[in-house]
Design a protein around this ligand. Structure first.
Ligand SMILES: Nc1ncnc2c1ncn2[C@@H]1O[C@H](COP(=O)(O)OP(=O)(O)OP(=O)(O)O)[C@@H](O)[C@H]1O
Length: 279
């Protein structure tokens, strides 16, 4: 007898979102959903509106930007709500390209983790860092953020984000400033957090499957991580669908250019498969 599973829950629903500055439309009537456990990328050129969309989702939009439409996180309408006004279930974990803006430069990593989270004992902190694939965890705890590599800092920021208990992680260009090996480590951690629910083995992290909105201008990085892609150009969504479909049959001229450029980088015309990250 066929078993009917319930459809996955919608973690994030962006509905006809428009962002204006005075008369100028910066993000133009965009709509998309992210379901529980999904890894979705928002791809577009610089200035296409990706970061503004991320800020509307996580509640950090500048107050002078006008908002129309809605953003619904775990069933709660939050489009007009700044982050500090949000109920716990509508909080969104966010990691940015600039890790220094998220970390206190004058406080050791261990102290920051224990002050801003419920993880206090040294053993618990060490276990957490291990989950983030951070080696030499003992020594990391006593270091300042400036004494970590960019990739280590980015994985630390992912840990901070997830420790908030959020089930939605928005990662805004988290690998852009990193070298290729550090990029791979960050992608591997994000994959584990989403796919294997590795983080949910810890009582300190989210209990339900994590959904990811991964923001990038690089479709070849997105291809290593995400299932679905939303392509933005000039504030509008021009195409969305399964990432592998977009890679093999891009419809919109902008997506076609993105895919062609990515194929030129990988001269054998094969983009990296998601599994390659596990190698
Ligand atoms: N706080 C702001 N005030 C005024 N205009 C803004 C603000 N933030 C972004 N913009 C404008 O909105 C448009 C979209 O910017 P956004 O930062 O969302 O682009 P992006 O796709 O994230 O680009 P990048 O990949 O370079 O980060 C741009 O024209 C930008 O100049």
């Amino acid at each position: 007898m066929a078993v009917n599973f319930p459809p996955p829950r919608c973690t994030l629903s962006v509905q006809n979102l428009t962002l204006f500055l005075d008369e100028k439309v910066l993000v133009d009537n965009i709509s998309f959903d992210v379901h529980e456990g999904e890894k979705v990328c928002l791809i577009g050129a610089s200035g296409s509106g990706k970061s503004l969309t991320a800020r509307a989702i996580n509640g950090t939009l500048a107050p002078y930007i006008d908002v129309a439409g809605d953003v619904i996180v775990n069933g709660v309408s939050v489009a007009q709500q700044p982050v500090l006004a949000r109920r716990a279930e509508a909080r969104v974990a966010t990691v940015f390209q600039d890790t220094f803006s998220a970390l206190n430069p004058l406080m050791s990593v261990g102290k920051q983790l224990s002050l801003s989270t419920n993880v206090h004992s040294r053993d618990e902190l060490l276990a957490l860092l291990k989950q983030m694939q951070l080696k030499d965890a003992e020594s990391l705890l006593s270091r300042l953020p400036s004494e970590l590599s960019g990739g280590q800092r980015q994985r630390l920021c992912i840990a901070f984000g997830l420790l908030s208990g959020a089930n939605l992680l928005v990662a805004d260009e988290p690998t852009t400033a990193l070298d290729v090996l550090s990029q791979q480590q960050v992608i591997k951690v994000l994959r584990q957090c989403c796919d294997d629910h590795a983080c949910s083995h810890s009582e300190y992290l989210h209990a339900s499957p994590l959904s990811l909105l991964f923001i990038t201008h690089d479709i070849s990085v997105a291809a290593q991580l995400c299932d679905r892609a939303i392509v933005m150009q000039d504030g509008k969504i021009v195409e969305q669908g399964a990432l592998q479909d977009l890679l093999s049959h891009p419809q919109h001229p902008y997506t076609q250019r993105l895919v062609k450029a990515a194929h030129q980088v990988f001269s054998d015309t094969k983009l990296p498969q998601k599994q390659a990250v596990n190698a």
